[in-house]
Design a protein around this ligand. Structure first.
Ligand code: ADP
Ligand code: MG
Length: 699
């Protein structure tokens, strides 16, 4: 239950002045509809209006505030000409310029003969000093109407800055201060304000420096968000550690049999990951390990060996995949080797029903099935294992804590869990995303991979690219054709993909398929299947091409409007090709009007295929704020942390959270610091990191 003190933080912003239904809807889409969402919407900068020159001193292009007398109005002589108001101080004339002006309104704002404070950007035009559309024109008797330091916010659909600022000030005045959850020594060392004061100083800065990420207030807020996240991770981790694990050991007979059947040697990184897994399985504590490796780095065989080791130790293993097609693919890639090694493997997905399902359930219960591969279907309540010892979770970020736990709960005692992910994450972020797991990294690629020839081509040459694709298909290649991602509109997304689908059909009659996000699972799967088996040569897709889908014959990847994709996404998409022995090509089609950053992104794609390096560059280029395609990477959402400026805080937060977890959270009643425990509970709920924790409590 959310602590009562936090209720005002979660109140609806519609209660605030100036925020009606429409504004609320706009802001909710951009950030959320509650006070916290507003309060955590940090300024992107400030406008400093403290420069107070005379008219003649005022520097061109500066933001200045001037005190002037209104001399005379010159209404616009025609529709296109501006309305002008000439003002004056002792040094000279200032002309205020208005387009599409409403005369009545201007006469009221600027009565001739009155004195006004005006603020805006100084322009010099034909020797005259002027301001076009001043931001403020106020009576000097009420100077408070003109904020000298004005916060700027990332734009959010339908919400004006004025409304946003006003609502924020009101919200800040309504929310209560909260108990201090941070360590006193850290607060003192960093000279941090309290949580509420930090929020106030960020939204009501006294200088531009107050909103900079390096400022104490910003650092404190970032730290709070980091600690909340780390605390939730640490609590879940500690809970699962407390569950009794068991030491799994075996002779290695089945592992050896599998190894002997592999047509290749493991790479050094694969060996290392496998031995780390074995060490965890042998240990009496339960394993919670993530194998992080780029697409094609060979994680599946590591999982297979771990499952063979489980068989050696006399327990069953389960492998969970996010989609039907990936589950089937895993089955296809491990079944034959496993069966030859004497390990029985079965597949269970939502589509397997009736007699077959009943038979699988029985085999699991009796222990005749050693490895179960499947989708969510394998965590359903009626699935029972004779003795589940190991759970492998592929694309683990696509599953919630809940699903992870549901699977491991199918074991009698602490099931060992291995997660796998192909989403490379910068080193600094690994802690944040996976602070609760031990990590094995597979960096080295299996030998013999041919580099992918990546080219950046102007969209104007799309016809040449299509012709090139045709030639490639004639010599046996298969082609992925990814259509532009259109922000905020799946409908336009689809329209673009459908249009491309139609136009490619004329070039490849009967040989083009289309997949998109609005298709039903089975329909999508059957198109993908047709592409995988070679019944189709070209697959047009919105970005839904599943991570991990393996079609070795696909050697051409075309991405339209590549500049609209993030680096991580481009990398994932490119990873769909270059999986067979043949040379692959990736064509990044870009429009001619792209930003500097987009240009650098495409450049990086041309220069490297190293996912970890790409992830680091991605972070550097995006800098703060909108971190990585958050949902894609499995990172929790961060609103206050700037992962470049605040990277030094991540480790401190992790250590802090772990220490607090063992002493304050799980400490013995009577011995632990109840006041801090209560404060930390507020922190968890404030940042909505309570989900995992709550779940643990309910069992
Ligand atoms: P990931 O799941 O990490 O994207 P996979 O496990 O699907 O990658 O492996 C990609 C391909 O590389 C598979 O065809 C697999 O058989 C092959 N492979 C894996 N390890 C090696 C190795 N050490 N040497 C050669 N080929 C390998
Ligand atoms: Mg895989």
């Amino acid at each position: 239950m959310r602590p009562e003190l936090l209720y005002p933080y979660f109140a609806d912003i519609e209660a605030l002045p100036g925020i009606g239904k429409r504004t609320r809807a706009g802001f909710e889409r951009a950030a959320g509809g509650r006070y916290v969402d507003l309060l955590f919407h940090l300024p992107s900068g400030v406008i400093d209006r403290r420069y107070r020159p005379t008219v003649m001193e005022a520097a061109e292009n500066s933001i200045a505030t001037l005190e002037v007398d209104v001399v005379q109005h010159y209404p616009a002589p025609n529709k296109r000409a501006p309305y002008k108001v000439v003002c004056r101080d002792d040094s000279g004339d200032l002309t205020l310029v208005f387009f599409h002006a409403r005369k009545d309104w201007l006469l009221r704002q600027l009565p001739e003969g009155s004195r006004r404070l005006v603020s805006g950007k100084i322009e010099k035009y034909q020797g005259k000093v002027q301001i076009t559309h001043p931001d403020y024109m106020v009576d000097p008797a009420t100077p408070d109407d003109l904020p000298l330091l004005e916060t700027l916010y990332p734009l959010s659909a339908g919400v004006s800055l004025k409304v946003l600022r006003k609502a924020l000030l009101q919200a800040l005045s309504e929310v209560p201060s909260l108990p201090e959850w941070n360590r006193p020594d850290l607060i003192e060392k960093e000279n941090w304000p309290t949580f509420l004061d930090a929020l106030k100083s960020v939204h009501q800065p006294e200088s531009a420096a107050d909103v900079a990420p390096e400022h104490a207030a910003r650092r404190r807020l970032a730290y709070d968000e980091l600690v909340a996240t780390q605390l939730a991770l640490a609590i879940v981790r500690e809970e699962s550690r407390r569950k009794k694990g068991r030491s799994l050991t075996g002779q290695g007979h089945y592992v050896d049999a599998v190894r002997a059947l592999l047509p290749y040697q493991l790479t050094g990184d694969q060996e290392k990951a496998f031995s780390e897994i074995v060490a965890d399985m042998q240990s009496a504590r339960s394993m919670f390990r993530l194998v992080q490796g780029d697409v094609g780095s060979g994680k599946t065989v590591v999982a297979l060996l771990a499952m063979a080791y489980a068989k050696d130790a006399g327990v069953q293993a389960a492998m969970l995949a996010p989609t039907e097609i990936l589950a089937r693919q895993h089955l296809a890639s491990i079944a034959s080797v496993a069966e030859q090694a004497g390990i029985s493997v079965r597949l269970l997905t939502g589509r397997i029903k009736g007699r077959e399902r009943a038979e699988i359930l029985q085999g699991l219960k009796e222990g005749t099935i050693d490895i179960l591969v499947g989708t969510h279907a394998i965590i359903q309540a009626d699935i029972e294992f004779a003795d589940l010892g190991l759970a492998v979770i592929d694309e683990q970020h696509r599953f919630g804590v809940q699903q992870r736990m549901a699977l491991s709960d199918k074991g009698k005692v602490g099931v060992d869990v291995v997660g796998m992910t192909a989403t490379p994450i910068p080193r600094t972020l690994t802690l944040t995303a996976y602070g609760d797991m031990d990590v094995s990294r597979i960096v080295e690629k299996p030998p013999g991979r041919k580099p992918i020839d990546t080219r950046v081509v102007s969209l104007e040459r799309i016809a040449d690219v299509a012709a090139g694709a045709k030639r490639a298909v004639t010599s046996g290649a298969r082609v992925y054709w990814v259509c532009p991602l259109v922000e905020e509109s799946q409908v336009t997304d689809l329209a673009a993909a459908e249009e491309r689908f139609e136009s490619l059909k004329t070039l490849f009659p009967e040989r083009v398929g289309l997949v998109h996000g609005r298709m039903k699972g089975p329909d999508k799967d059957s198109v993908m299947q047709a592409f995988a088996t070679g019944d189709l040569d070209v697959l047009v897709a919105t970005t839904v091409i599943e991570v991990g889908v393996d079609v070795p014959e696909a050697t051409v990847m075309v991405i339209e409007h590549a500049e609209r994709f993030g680096l991580a996404q481009l990398h994932q998409l490119r990873g769909r090709v270059g999986r067979g022995g043949d040379k692959s090509t990736c064509i990044l089609l870009r429009s001619n009007t792209v930003s500097e950053v987009a240009r650098s992104r495409l450049q990086i794609m041309r220069e490297t295929e190293d996912g970890f390096l790409i992830a680091e560059e991605d972070l550097r280029l995006r800098g703060s704020g909108e971190i990585l395609g958050t949902r894609q990477s499995g990172l929790p959402e961060f609103r206050l942390v700037d992962f470049v400026a605040h990277s030094d805080l991540i480790e401190i937060a992790r250590d802090d959270a772990r220490h607090a977890t063992s002493t304050v959270w799980f400490g013995k009643e009577g011995e632990r610091d109840e006041r801090r425990r209560e404060a930390l509970r507020h922190l968890l709920y404030l940042f909505e990191r309570d989900e995992g924790v709550r779940m643990m409590k309910s069992g």
